[in-house]
Structures are given as C-alpha cells and as structure tokens.
Design a protein around this ligand. Structure first.
Ligand code: UFG
Length: 342
C-alpha cells in the first residue's frame, strides 16, 4: 500500500477519490487551498473510512509550501492532481485567473516532483480537450482540437506540459483521466458536491432548486439538434469515477503501464439530455423541479459522450451506477447537508 498525495482532495471528485483510496488501504495526504471546498469534508471522509486523511491547507502554486509538504512525506509514491478551477463559463469571464491558477499549479507541482524524485502522476483532465469539432463518441485516439473555453485550453496545455516533461524524464509515468460529466454523491450521504456560491453545473443547480435554495432552474437551449432539443452529456457517477483513480494509481505504482504517458476517457458512454435528467430526478426522488428554458449558454456544445472502451480494456474499469441511483444520492446528500429531513 502506498502513500498518495492528493491535490484538491476536499473537492467534489477529490474527496470521493480520497475515500476510495483509503478504503483500498492507501495512506492519503491532501493539499487543498479550500477555494471551492470546506474543511468539514475531512470529517465526512473519516466517517466513511474510519480514518482521517492528513490535510494541509496550501496552494499548489506555492513552491515553498509544496516543497515543505513533500519534505515532510518523503515516502509519497504518487500524486493525483485535482486542484484546479473548473467552470467553463467562469473561465470565459476570467481567463487570466484560469491560466494563472491551472497552469502555475501543474508547473510548480511537476518542479517539486522532479526535485523530490516522485515520478508517478494521475492528472485530472476533461473531455473538453477534444474540442468542438471532434466526432462522437469521443475516443482517446482523437487529437486535441480547438476547444470552446479558456478552461478547456488550460486542460489541453496541462496535458501538453505533462507530455513534454515525460519526454524529458524517462523515469516519469503519468495517466490523464478525461472526465465526462461527474455527478452524484457518496451513498452514505457523508460527502457530496458542494459548490460555494451559485452552482455552475446542472446537478447541484437541480438539487438546490429542489431544496428551495434556488428559485428556478434555467435549461440552457431548447433548439439543439438532439432528440428533445436540449443538450446531451455523458453523466458519470462520482464514486465510479473515483474508483478509476485508484486503478490508475495502482497501475502506475505497480509498474504496469506499458507507456510513460496514457490517457483514459471516463464516461458511461451514453448521451443523456437535460430534460431526461430533470425527468429522472423528479421520478426517482418524487419531487418537482421548477424550470424554464433560457438561451444557450456560451461555450456549450450540443452533444458530448464517450467511447470508454479503453478504460475497460486497460484499467478494468467501467461505469456501474445507473443514472437514477446517482440522482438519488445527489438529492440525499443535498437534503442531509441542508438538514431538510434529518
Ligand atoms: N445546464 C443547464 N442549466 C444549468 C446548468 C447546466 O441547462 O443551470 C446544462 C448545460 O447547458 C449542459 C448540461 O446542463 O447542457 C451540463 O452542464 P454542466 O454545467 O453541468 O456541465 P458541462 O457539460 O458544461 O461541463 C462539464 C464539466 C467541465 C467540462 C465540460 C466539457 O463540468 O469540467 O463538461 O463539456 F469541461
């Protein structure tokens, strides 16, 4: 079992991955600056796993802090790098902040990893790197093409920076995991998605509308070339997604990677419309969502879904949780968090 450093470990995907790593027997050190998460997440992880991860409130772009933390844990075997800004629309409004945060973090992290000879990295990437014109389903064999947002470009650039570093260091192995749309929450209801402020993503907006925190959900666009006119996305359960990280880390640490640089799509392989999401949410949770149509959101694509067969073949990973269960878990989490029925 290994000691794994997880940046962004109190965030949505980070916290679920930390729980899975601990359940799998690994020791976890978290670095998070809490810019979009809260420290009480650690308590939720402890309640699930019986262990509290080691936690540092620190910024990955701060080389001094990172060096000190790596120095205190000379036995770190691999890093999972989640810490990043992640909202497509926000990145269009605040491009410089996105480039500064997402690029400085990866560069600083790689520099400190180089100095401390930590040579295994799992990078949190996104399906957005394939770009606007890529043919569906998206497969890892496709090249990166121009994407719709500064956020997407930071993910492309990060993958390129990692590739350049891999080319310069024959001891370094990296896996990029390209997420589609992560949703849901831990079935225990102890951890879940908790965006600070107004949510950008669909599911937290829905759960907050159901909880009465938001007045009404706006469905962005009703005139896409899709069966019901609303956009199609490939929704993937966050616990399923987290398990893929454990498999990726194990592959790297056990020396099972055949190449130094790999990328895997993590999706369910199915396009689901915004309207289908609302209908399924209402049905499985027996609640009504107030919603209406609004214009298309800048930067959104009509349809995105994965060919996730490579992850199945090489990581022995596939999506298992059905949509209704993810949406039930998301609502369970929101209710517990808002103390609506407990
Ligand atoms: N949507 C709404 N109303 C909302 C929020 C979202 O109708 O209030 C719609 C969007 O227009 C889109 C779908 O719900 O059609 C999903 O939107 P999200 O914001 O939840 O997710 P995105 O598909 O925009 O973004 C996700 C990830 C990004 C990633 C991107 C790639 O969050 O990290 O997919 O497309 F880059």
């Amino acid at each position: 079992m290994s000691k794994i450093l997880v940046t962004g470990g109190t965030g949505f995907i980070g916290s679920h991955t930390v729980a899975e790593l601990i359940e799998a027997g690994h020791t976890v050190v978290i670095i998070d600056n809490l810019s979009n998460s809260e420290e009480h997440v650690l308590k939720g992880i402890e309640q699930i796993t019986g262990k509290r991860p080691i936690f540092y409130k620190a910024d990955c772009a701060n080389a001094n802090d990172l060096s000190r933390i790596f120095g205190e844990h000379p036995d770190i075997e691999a890093v999972i790098h989640f810490a990043a800004f992640k909202a497509v629309k926000e990145s269009i409004d605040k491009p410089l902040g996105y480039y500064q945060n997402n690029l400085l973090s990866i560069i600083t992290l790689l520099q400190v990893m180089q100095k401390t000879k930590v040579n295994r990295l799992v990078f949190s990437s996104s399906c957005t790197i394939y770009g606007e014109k890529a043919p569906l389903p998206l497969s890892e064999t496709l090249p990166m093409t121009p994407t719709t947002s500064p956020y997407g470009r930071t993910k492309q650039m990060c993958e390129e920076i990692i590739a350049d570093y891999v080319a310069a260091n024959n001891q370094f192995y990296s896996i990029s995991l390209r997420y589609f749309n992560p949703i849901g929450a831990h079935p225990s209801g102890k951890i879940g998605e908790l965006p600070l402020g107004t949510p950008n993503n669909l599911i937290p907006y829905i759960t907050q509308t159901a909880a009465g925190v938001r007045e009404e959900l706006k469905v962005f666009g009703n005139d896409y070339q899709t069966p019901d006119g609303t956009a199609l996305r490939d929704y993937i359960d966050v616990v399923d997604l987290s398990k893929a990280h454990v498999k990726a880390v194990d592959r790297l640490v056990n020396g099972n990677s055949s190449t130094q640089l790999e990328a895997y799509n993590l999706g369910a392989g199915k396009g689901i419309s915004v309207k289908e999401i609302i209908e399924t949410f209402e049905k499985v949770n027996a609640v009504k969502i107030k919603w209406s149509f609004a214009p298309r959101r800048q930067g959104d694509l009509p349809s995105i879904f994965a060919d996730a067969s490579k992850a199945k073949r090489e990581l022995n990973w596939e999506a298992k949780t059905v949509l209704g269960e993810s949406l039930r878990n998301a609502w369970h989490w929101e209710q517990k968090y808002r103390k609506l029925n407990k």
